[in-house]
Design a protein around this ligand. Structure first.
Ligand code: FES
Length: 85
């Protein structure tokens, strides 16, 4: 199984439109984060479909560690560097 590449440790805010479909990058290799650009080809990862039911801002996961893909669930906080003391 291919591990997802951590592109960012922050969520990506996107203004989605009701009725539109979005393809979230699950592999982390896409250069058009948080969306798929086809870079997953050759891995066992596939993009995840997100169908917007409302027009609103949503936060797509950028770290690929969320348990509620494709949206951020706060899991990225465990990946961030601890603050200097
Ligand atoms: S960016 Fe991945 S859980 Fe927040």
């Amino acid at each position: 199984m291919t591990e997802a590449f951590v592109r960012s440790t922050q969520p990506k805010p996107v203004d989605v439109e009701a009725g539109k479909t979005y393809w979230w990058c699950s592999c982390g290799a896409s250069k058009t984060q948080p969306f798929c650009d086809g870079s997953h080809k050759g891995t066992d990862k596939t993009p995840m479909k997100f169908e917007a039911t409302e027009t609103k801002k949503v936060w797509f996961c950028g770290c690929k560690a969320t348990a509620h893909a494709p949206l951020c669930d706060g899991s990225h906080k465990a990946l961030e560097s601890p603050a200097a003391t």
